[in-house]
Design a protein around this ligand. Structure first.
Ligand SMILES: C[S@@+](CC[C@H](N)C(=O)[O-])C[C@H]1O[C@@H](n2cnc3c(N)ncnc32)[C@H](O)[C@@H]1O
Length: 259
């Protein structure tokens, strides 16, 4: 069976099933806290700063920043489902977050609205048209004030290629099994993902693909769209245990300054 996805796969996949299949990474509060420790280490965020959580999903990083007293966080994502999830969580804590549903390539937000922006959790490389990641980073650059910072956290393509695993599966609780079949073609990783509930049967069978970056290509992309003082930190592995965590272990963090 072909693993070539529908080009718009990223518009529909980020829902409750994603929150199950990726729960080990994106619903683990301890991992999110460590990722936010890194955000705070790499970006000079102060409590009065306006922060953009671009492609922020269900808002775990913004929520944790709010818990740390950063009160001007805007969560932007395409998935209405994940935004609704975030809105409910923020309301539960009375956090004053803003929510925007938009395509990160063209957000419609005013230029220079933020002091910092970050794109966490391997959220680049989904759109197959050439130049789409560059469009997202150009938009991030436009949204930052002069002197603002961008942080991009993506899987380390070199590490993925080195330990390429064509078949992986993991269980979630007693009911769910997630099976992934992968094919690597140059810098794109194609995946077929099947999610089976022992109780209900097959609940998802989908294909997706992600463009992989290595430290030099991520650095070059940040420079190409105009960021200065670009630095790429490799070797961020939030999972302590060995196992196949898809794109969510062996990550790298690219930082750029708008000057
Ligand atoms: C793997 S999730 C990570 C979410 C979040 N950053 C985290 O670490 O939990 C990727 C997210 O990127 C969003 N996304 C991908 N491409 C996007 C685009 N062009 N515009 C807006 N959101 C996008 C998806 O909707 C999804 O919520």
């Amino acid at each position: 069976m072909s693993m070539k996805p529908d080009p718009g796969w990223w518009k529909t996949i980020f829902d409750d099933v994603y929150l199950l299949t990726d729960a080990r990474s994106v619903c683990d509060q301890d991992i999110t806290r460590r990722e936010v420790d890194l955000i705070c280490e790499l970006l000079p965020i102060r409590s009065e700063h306006r922060v953009l959580d671009l492609c922020g999903g269900h808002g775990r990083h913004s929520l944790e920043l709010c818990a740390r007293g950063i009160n001007h966080c805007t969560l932007l994502d395409y998935s209405q489902h994940l935004l609704d999830h975030a809105r409910t969580s923020a309301a539960g804590f009375d956090y004053p977050m803003d929510f925007v549903r938009a395509d990160a390539r063209s957000t419609g937000l005013p230029a220079e609205s933020f002091d910092h922006a970050f794109i966490m959790g391997n959220s680049l490389g989904y759109i197959q048209e050439p130049g789409s990641d560059s469009q997202i980073l150009t938009e991030a650059n436009r949204l930052l004030r002069l002197g603002g910072w961008l942080l991009v956290d993506v899987t380390d393509g070199a590490a993925v290629k080195e330990s390429f695993n064509p078949i992986a599966w993991h269980e979630i609780g007693t009911d769910i099994v997630v099976c992934r079949e992968r094919n690597l073609e140059e810098d794109t990783l194609y995946t077929r993902e099947m999610v089976v509930s022992k109780e209900k049967g097959l609940i998802r069978d989908c294909n997706y693909c992600v463009r992989l970056y290595e430290s030099h290509t991520l650095g070059a992309l940040l420079e190409e769209v105009g960021f200065k003082e670009v630095d790429v930190h490799t070797d961020f592995s939030p999972h302590q245990r060995t196992g196949d965590y898809g794109f969510m272990n062996r990550r790298m963090l690219g930082v750029g300054h708008k000057l």
